[in-house]
Write a protein that binds this ligand. Structure first.
Ligand SMILES: [Zn+2]
Length: 264
């Protein structure tokens, strides 16, 4: 299933706009955050079986919105695209403004559905507040008449993950852990929207170290074998067995016992 991820803005949009100067003199660029979330979300979405297209590359100069929207619609003609997700962080002159918000085109039923799913997972998973009602409509003739939600022909959502003009929220949200969580919210919403089950990442169990007793036993098997065989390079033999034999310990045991059981 094909989905489009749109990374908001570009590496050349800050400074002066789409970013903020922090009290310590460093700068925060919204595009860097948008890139980080989109990359993580792409990695997670691909693990769930989605094919992910980027409208523009992360950490790169901006491709103008018009060409981005046209490209998406051309791609959709070649092979249908399920939906589009645009990644952003919010700004306000009110430094207390805070929380996440998700936009959909006002009369798109499917866009609304996707926004509601995103909001559902955000409410359950994100340790930050909700901006207003959380779910916002893009309405023609108003400030929320966003090109990236209006122009593409497939259902679209635009996510404002948090307010970077609120320094407490910026500090809390611009971390690898939160970027990971934001990406999970998007991919869980996508999975439910697409009607597929979200597969949690399979963590590999750490291999158990052989217990001390068993280590001693193995050394004893090797001693017995070497006593009989007198290999010029015994360590090389053990290495080959332990590396390549699926039941190395059992093999060494049988081998050693075959000498013990037979008369010398
Ligand atoms: Zn933005």
């Amino acid at each position: 299933m094909r989905v489009v991820f749109d990374i908001g803005h570009g590496s050349d949009t800050w400074p002066p706009s789409k970013g903020v100067w922090l009290p310590d003199g460093s700068g925060f660029a919204e595009h860097d955050f948008n890139s980080a979330v989109a990359i993580k979300a792409r990695e997670l979405a691909e693990k769930q079986g989605f094919e992910v297209l980027f409208t523009q590359q992360p950490y790169s100069p901006e491709v103008k919105l018009g060409p981005r929207c046209n490209w998406v619609n051309e791609e959709h003609k070649k092979k249908p695209i399920l939906c589009l997700v645009s990644f952003h962080a919010n700004a306000s002159s009110n430094v207390k403004a805070a929380g996440w918000g998700v936009f959909h085109w006002h009369n798109s039923t499917k866009g609304k559905k996707l926004a509601e799913l995103w909001a559902k997972y955000a409410r359950n998973m994100l340790p930050i507040g909700v901006w207003g009602t959380g779910i916002w409509q893009c309405v023609p003739g108003t400030w929320s008449n966003f090109d990236i939600v209006r122009k593409p022909v497939m259902p679209c959502i635009l996510i404002e993950h948090f307010f970077f003009t609120n320094f407490d929220e910026l500090k809390k949200c611009n971390t690898p852990e939160m970027i990971d969580l934001f990406a999970q919210v998007t991919v869980k919403a996508l999975c439910e929207y697409a009607g597929i089950e979200y597969k949690e990442e399979v963590k590999e169990e750490p291999k158990e170290e052989p217990k001390e007793d068993s280590k001693d036993l193995i050394e004893e098997y090797k001693r017995i074998i070497q006593e009989r065989c007198r290999f010029s390079n015994p360590q090389g033999v053990w290495d080959v067995i332990e590396k390549h034999h699926p039941y190395a310990e059992a093999l060494l045991m049988q081998w050693a016992r075959s000498y013990n059981d037979s008369p010398r």
